[in-house]
Design a protein around this ligand. Structure first.
Ligand SMILES: C[S@@+](CC[C@H](N)C(=O)[O-])C[C@H]1O[C@@H](n2cnc3c(N)ncnc32)[C@H](O)[C@@H]1O
Length: 336
């Protein structure tokens, strides 16, 4: 092997090691199912290299979850963590985002059936399915956590621009929304602390974002407050597989937001005053279909020579990690 070849091999090993280490660093609490897998395995510390000292770990000086990634837990709000994550990955067209989302500015996993051939179609289908819950598409509508504004743009098929509001916690994404949905009212605002007056909206839409909020309950209460009587809250949402897994991911780092069951979700809405509550499990056609397509697409790219073995491994690892976190994907509709 030439010197260059040896360097390259070392570089590949380092990239793979770093990728796997980054995922392991996220693990604060080790869920029981994973613990079982390693129960009979003893680490040779000399080879592992960066294992934390047990005493240090037990004493809590090794930080968990978001803290493990950022090292400065007290200085980071959930909003900053969310923005750090999404403002980076949403605009990374050169990486996997380009391969999986290159045809769209939607930033959700979509709603798929056997006729859906692209992410853009799947995301449009998701929005249309949610809008079907609103019998009369008139009056004012709010797009909560609008991402880059693709959903806000599509609302223009049903509503005049002056009747569409869009909010997001990220300034950068709101700038994209203003570009994608000209004339609509796009503002930087936290979904759990809305600056609108009571009884202002006829409908509220929220696509794939409530799992980030601190908390869903506050968001649901705020939605109830700003909706007119008879108005609809419609959303697609994802429940996490466990509270512990939720706490491991920086941009979901609000364990208080964990909901275990559909029944709990129902109670949350009813408790805030909502009626005509409809919650449907769409996991198979949302995350399930997106995951299979993504894994296929990534392999296609690899076998056609567009990505290398490192990119293949890093991306698959990320996707399988996400797969362990994704619980039920729900469509939710409720009326004030
Ligand atoms: C998975 S993306 C979905 C984006 C968009 N709804 C779409 O379908 O393209 C989640 C979005 O939630 C936004 N977000 C997270 N927490 C938020 C909060 N507390 N208030 C407003 N937006 C928030 C993020 O900035 C991000 O745009």
């Amino acid at each position: 092997m030439t010197a260059n070849q040896t360097d390259l091999k070392e570089l590949l090993k380092k990239r793979l090691f770093d990728s796997i280490s980054a995922q392991i660093d996220l693990i604060g609490y080790v869920p029981d199912d994973i613990a079982k897998l390693v129960k009979n395995f003893t680490f040779d510390r000399g080879n592992v290299g960066q294992m934390p000292d047990d005493a240090e770990y037990q004493a809590g000086s090794i930080q968990h979850g978001a803290a493990a990634v950022n090292n400065e837990p007290d200085k980071e709000t959930l909003a900053e963590l969310v923005n750090d994550h999404y403002d980076k990955v949403f605009y990374d067209y050169g990486g996997m985002m380009g391969i999986l989302y290159g045809d769209t500015e939607f930033r959700n996993i979509g709603y798929w059936d056997e006729t859906t051939v692209s992410q853009d179609q799947a995301s449009e289908r998701l929005l249309d399915a949610l809008l079907d819950f609103i019998p009369e598409k008139s009056g004012k509508i709010l797009d909560v956590a609008c991402g880059m504004g693709a959903s806000t743009h599509r609302l223009l098929n049903h509503y005049p621009s002056e009747n569409i509001w869009a909010i997001n916690i990220s300034e950068k994404q709101i700038e994209s929304t203003r570009r994608n949905a000209p004339g609509c009212n796009a503002q930087v605002m936290n979904a759990v602390d809305m600056k609108f007056e009571n009884d202002f909206f006829d409908s509220i839409l929220c696509i794939e974002a409530a799992m980030h909020f601190e908390t869903r309950q506050k968001f649901i209460e705020e939605s109830f407050r700003v909706l007119k009587t008879g108005g609809y809250l419609v959303l697609s949402d994802i429940l996490c597989t466990s509270k512990e897994r939720l706490a491991q991911l920086p941009m979901y780092h609000s364990p208080d937001n964990h909901i275990e069951t559909v029944e709990e979700y129902y109670e949350l809405l009813a408790g805030a005053g909502f009626s005509a509550i409809d919650i449907t499990d769409k996991s198979r056609d949302v995350w399930g279909a997106h995951f299979l397509r993504a894994v296929n697409r990534i392999h296609e790219r690899f076998y056609s020579g567009n990505i290398n073995i490192i990119e293949l491994t890093e991306t698959l690892w990320t996707y399988y990690n996400a797969n362990a976190v994704m619980g039920d994907c729900l469509f939710v509709s409720a009326q004030k």
